[in-house]
Design a protein around this ligand. Structure first.
Ligand SMILES: [Zn+2]
Length: 183
């Protein structure tokens, strides 16, 4: 891996750390990318799902967050997930990732290119690809969660991790908000 390929959210975590800690954190992120996150990215890239059809994607994201001790609620507004990492008194910060792919046939020639097809909400079968980078969003979310859990002694407050459905078709955020505010 190269530093260039570090997901953006992880770079924010890096910037939030002090100068001495930043090296440690960069090393930890690089090591995690090597041992876990790159495979996860490839998994998401190979297995895209359409808007409001992100069931396996959401399940994997939930599993990844639960795996590091985060409390996860699934099925929020359809396929949305909410993870809570509580670490004492302090601010509540939300980190979110989109989960859906696009009805696009991948022609990248990559070894891990998507060959997925899925029936969309109108009943038509279409090719599916993470052509908007939501595979990167989700990998960044998991990487951020893993580092925040590992470094719980250096921050306090609560982090809410959102896996949001249907960003591409619009409506996923609204569905999650409605689910969260309905009795
Ligand atoms: Zn998008």
């Amino acid at each position: 891996m190269t530093f260039r390929r570090l997901p953006l959210a992880l770079v924010f975590v890096l910037l939030a750390a002090g100068p001495a800690q930043a090296d440690d954190l960069a090393d930890a992120i690089a090591a995690d990318y090597e041992s876990h996150l790159e495979d996860l990215f490839v998994h998401f890239h190979r297995n895209p799902e359409l808007s409001f059809r992100e069931t396996k994607t959401a399940a994997r994201l939930a599993e990844e967050l639960r795996g590091v001790g985060i409390e996860v609620t699934e099925g929020v507004g359809g396929t949305g997930i909410v993870g809570m990492l509580r670490n004492g008194e302090g601010p509540l910060v939300m980190v979110r990732a989109d989960m859906d792919g696009l009805p696009v046939a991948e022609q990248s020639g990559l070894e891990y290119a998507s060959t997925a097809r899925q029936v969309d909400i109108t009943g038509e079968e279409v090719p599916v690809m993470h052509a908007c980078g939501h595979d990167v969003h989700m990998t960044s979310l998991v990487g951020t969660a893993r580092r925040l859990v590992e470094r719980k002694d250096s921050w306090n407050g609560t982090v809410m991790f959102i896996g949001q459905p249907a960003e591409e078709r619009i409506g996923g955020a609204k569905a999650m908000l409605e689910a969260a505010t309905s009795p």
